[in-house]
Design a binder for this molecule. Structure first.
Ligand code: AMP
Ligand code: ZN
Length: 490
């Protein structure tokens, strides 16, 4: 690895609550699992923020040269609604009188379309909960055999208090088992559970429940926490490098995943737990259930009363990276406008890079600047600090064009490639400020005029005439004058 990159990447581990030097299980490889969307409604901008944080992390890990297996699931069964009586997908299907898989299809397509517009890289594997029912049943059998779960009326529950006698339920969220009672939503069939903290591994489906699978206990469906344990273990192993998700998944979802894996595999499943912070709207967490949300398409069209105008996907992406992924980000139209301005400034500077002329000496230390960019990202993927360094580069570009600073050919090449790499490859922005086609055609004609001049200097009259005649047949007339050759279009 180059000096810039080194192996000093530090990741904030939510488990140890500190930044740790990243050391993967298998040198040169990274296994990363991120909890995916529950596909029962359109993905909102808050969801997008969390997934985008991990898109940045995925991109940077790849850039560092790691072979990354990135697994992001689709929750298409098992995620219970707020009163926890029914699966979210099932509820939507019942209300809309369509098949649950139609709900899943519709919102999975929406999710993919939005992420594609925002230039996300696809994960390596995108498994679904319904595609892994057998694996989940096997884990339940194992947890039952080890005495850490019990069956009641066709449902199976994880015995949290028993687990907590030997292990620490609360290791990630820092809650003690008593505190978790009030935070545990009332589950359907709560009365049948031994303790309110216990969580469902398998739920018996009642008559009206349309999503159901056979199991040794009942026709029913798996609990939400179980799918992530099943799919992460299947594709990444019993202990893997990174597990991510939004902050709100720490408890109970990830706490339950840890408990399940500790019993099932006798190991803590994850080396680095990463949690992305929330996107806030009107002072509150953006959330589907409270109606306090904005959809990505509303940003692209400007069709939402809180927006003054539409914003492009790259401006939206740039906005998301203005805060570190672990900080809260407040969504406002003004904030988005400021980000758009910054984005345009950056892209304009990139489009001017070719105007910089090479010099005999360098007056800017490009290597030191490049190192600062890497230092920012190596410090727990600190995108706002990287962006500040990119604005330093914008200043350099202007000073270089004005010839107030200079760079050698080698330094200029390094400067250009570093900017391109961080802006397009790592941040995943796109160059939306395309030069218009007239500019491009003018550039091509200028190039041909220069080639014709070279031909004439070499007394290659045949080539020089050919260029003039063929341009003429396209309606572009060349005119030779004292100041050089100009052209006009008929
Ligand atoms: P869900 O589809 O509800 O399971 O959520 C998908 C992902 O979006 C999870 O990782 C959540 O933590 C995350 N999420 C939900 N609301 C927000 C928000 N307001 N800001 C950031 N991430 C969020
Ligand atoms: Zn999960």
């Amino acid at each position: 690895m180059e000096l810039f990159k080194t192996n000093q990447l530090k990741i904030y581990n939510s488990l140890s609550k500190s930044k740790e030097i990243f050391k993967p299980v298998l040198e040169g490889n990274v296994g990363m699992y991120v909890c995916g969307p529950t596909v029962y409604s359109n993905v909102h901008l808050g969801n997008v923020r969390t997934f985008m944080s991990f898109d940045l992390i995925f991109r940077y890990l790849k850039h560092l040269g790691y072979k990354v297996r990135y697994v992001r699931n689709i929750t298409d069964a098992g995620h219970l609604t707020d009163d926890d009586s029914e699966d979210k997908i099932s509820t939507k299907a019942r209300l809309e009188k369509i098949e649950p898989m139609e709900v899943v299809q519709k919102y999975t397509v929406d999710f993919h379309t939005i992420l594609q517009k925002l230039n996300f890289l696809p994960p390596s594997i995108e498994p679904t909960a319904t595609g892994h029912i057998i694996e989940q049943i096997e884990i339940i059998k194992d947890i039952l055999a080890k005495g850490m779960a019990y069956e009641i009326n066709g449902s199976v529950y994880f015995d949290v208090l028993k687990y907590n006698e030997t292990e620490n339920y609360g290791i990630l969220s820092g809650r003690n088992v008593e505190d978790t009672i009030e935070n545990t939503r009332s589950l359907d069939g709560q009365s049948e559970k031994k303790n309110p903290q216990d969580f469902a591994l398998w739920k018996k489906a009642d008559e009206s429940h349309i999503m159901r699978w056979p199991s040794p206990w009942s026709d029913g469906f798996p609990g939400w926490h179980l799918e992530c344990s099943a799919m992460s273990t299947k594709y990444l192993g019993k202990t893997f490098d990174i597990h991510g998700g939004g902050m709100d998944l720490k408890f109970p979802h990830h706490e339950c995943e840890i408990a399940q894996s500790n019993v099932n595999n006798h190991v803590h499943p994850v080396n680095y737990w990463m949690h992305a912070n929330m996107l806030i709207l009107n002072g509150q967490k953006m959330s589907k259930s409270t109606g306090n949300y904005i959809l990505p398409n509303e940003i692209f069209t400007g069709e939402n009363k809180i927006l003054n105008k539409p914003f492009s996907p790259s401006a939206t992406r740039f906005f998301m990276f203005q805060a570190n992924y672990r900080s809260i980000l407040d969504f406002t139209s003004a904030g988005l406008e400021a980000s758009e301005k910054g984005y345009l400034k950056l892209i304009e500077a990139i489009n001017k890079l070719d105007k910089i002329e090479v010099a005999a000496t360098s007056t800017i230390d490009i290597k030191a600047w490049k190192q600062k960019c890497y230092d920012a990202m190596n410090d727990d993927f600190n995108s706002p600090v990287l962006i500040a360094q990119l604005f330093e580069a914008v200043k350099y570009v202007n000073l270089l064009i004005e010839k107030k600073e200079t760079l050698t050919a080698e330094d200029l090449e390094e400067f250009k490639s570093t900017i391109h790499m961080f802006v397009f490859e790592v941040l995943g922005l796109q160059n939306e400020v395309k030069q218009n086609s007239t500019d491009k055609i003018s550039g091509v004609v200028e190039m041909l005029i220069n080639m014709r001049k070279d031909a004439r200097d070499n007394k290659d009259w045949a080539l020089s005439d050919k260029i003039r005649d063929e341009l003429s047949s396209l309606g572009i007339q060349l005119k030779d004058g004292k100041e050089g050759t100009t052209f006009s279009v008929n």
